[in-house]
Design a protein around this ligand. Structure first.
Ligand SMILES: NC(=O)c1ccc[n+]([C@@H]2O[C@H](COP(=O)([O-])OP(=O)(O)OC[C@H]3O[C@@H](n4cnc5c(N)ncnc54)[C@H](OP(=O)(O)O)[C@@H]3O)[C@@H](O)[C@H]2O)c1
Length: 344
């Protein structure tokens, strides 16, 4: 039997990806869609300006969008995927969880809270049990689970694979696609023929979230990973796919072949949306590229290439699809983990 799910912020860039991925999903059935008051009361077809590269699913198009309020969502919906702006998510998500809903959220609010699990199922599925601490602390029956920021998700699987060489310090410079800012985030006048060398709050998210993801859970809380992470984030005129240049200082001194093998052999997980090969490695120095490689593994794989040694460790490039692996797909994968681990 399918689990009944809803999408909060269903009309936006990430919301539409969620609909695209949930409509054919074997374990989930879309039962509620919410957005702002300007969309509420309209059919999804009418409220969402559909921009995804597959047709709007017929059975979803006729659903009436409701306001983002727990009273508007049926009680028999078991799981909510949230793709709300973070300032809205900060007030609305706890209100849903207080009412007993389980929320798998993309929004950045609360990601670094001590009792909120931040997970990439292939990397730190054990952190999910922080939900028990959350329920004790807050008296909630529901649960709030977060996936990380899209630029963080792109890099962290590769860092996890480098752990065996003693990860000490990370520098990363990103080239991030415009879809990462949402539909109204960056205007064409700002980005065509241009690069914007700053994305508000993004570097801080990479520096903190990656240490939480790689940290250890002792049953009571997360101890952040000790590696120092510094990031510089740039918006470039690609549509989808964040490319990142990473320099990792290591205690050991593996050669590029050993790093490539560590990337390739890093295990995936047996969940519907997880790719068979988590990290795809290119031998060519001019790959991965956003247009060519963002859809690997159904948009859920991370790819890496250009691996070279440095005086302190290793340097490489990595890439992931920011609205699939970096947002909607990440949230759905977390939903699959919640289901698998009996939280629904
Ligand atoms: N884009 C990415 O690659 C990406 C990656 C990772 C995380 N995220 C995060 O995911 C979230 C959504 O991003 P997005 O790019 O999808 O944004 P977006 O395109 O601007 O969509 C925002 C959604 O939230 C709804 N909304 C706006 N104001 C609301 C309000 N006051 N009450 C209820 N609903 C409201 C909108 O509904 P209306 O259509 O009715 O206005 C729309 O459905 C953000 O927190 C973002 O940081 C995005």
């Amino acid at each position: 039997m399918s689990t009944r799910v809803g999408v909060l912020g269903a009309t936006g860039a990430v919301g539409q990806r969620l609909i695209q991925l949930l409509a054919p999903h074997p374990e989930f059935e879309i039962a509620a869609l919410t957005a702002s008051s300007s969309s509420a009361g309209r059919t999804y077809r009418d409220a969402a300006k559909w921009r995804v590269d597959t047709p709007i699913p017929d059975d979803v198009a006729d659903i009436t969008v409701v306001g983002t309020d727990p009273d508007e969502v049926p009680d028999d919906v078991d799981l909510l995927f949230s793709s709300l702006p973070s300032d809205i998510g900060a007030s609305v998500e706890p209100a849903f969880v207080e009412e007993g809903y389980v929320v798998s959220s993309n929004s950045s609010n609360g990601r670094m809270d001590d009792d909120v699990p931040l997970t990439i199922p292939e990397i730190n599925a054990d952190h999910l049990d922080l939900i028990e601490v959350q329920r004790d602390n807050r008296g909630w029956d529901g649960a709030l689970l977060k996936n990380p920021n899209c630029s963080t998700i792109t890099m962290v699987p590769t860092l996890a694979a480098l752990e065996e060489f003693g990860l000490e310090r990370v520098h990363v410079s990103t080239l991030q696609a415009v879809s990462g800012a949402g539909y109204s985030g960056v205007t064409s006048m700002e980005i065509i023929d241009n690069v914007i060398p700053h994305i508000g709050g993004e570097a801080d998210k990479m520096e903190t979230e990656s240490r939480k993801l790689l940290g250890s859970f002792d049953g009571a809380g997360i101890e952040l990973h000790g590696a120092d992470v510094s990031a510089s984030c740039n918006r470039v005129p690609t549509l989808d796919g964040h490319l990142e240049n990473v320099w990792a200082d290591l205690a050991g001194d593996p050669d590029p072949a050993a790093v490539a093998e560590a990337f390739r052999s890093y295990p995936s997980i047996d969940l519907h949306s997880s790719p068979e090969q988590l990290i795809e490695v290119f031998e060519e120095f001019d790959r991965p590229q956003p247009r060519l490689d963002r859809n690997l593994g159904g948009g859920m794989a991370v790819s890496a290439g250009g691996i070279e040694t440095t005086s302190n460790g290793i340097q490489y490039n990595c890439l992931a699809h920011n609205t699939m692996r970096g947002a909607a797909g990440a949230s759905i994968l977390n939903g699959e983990l919640l289901l698998e681990e009996g939280y629904l």
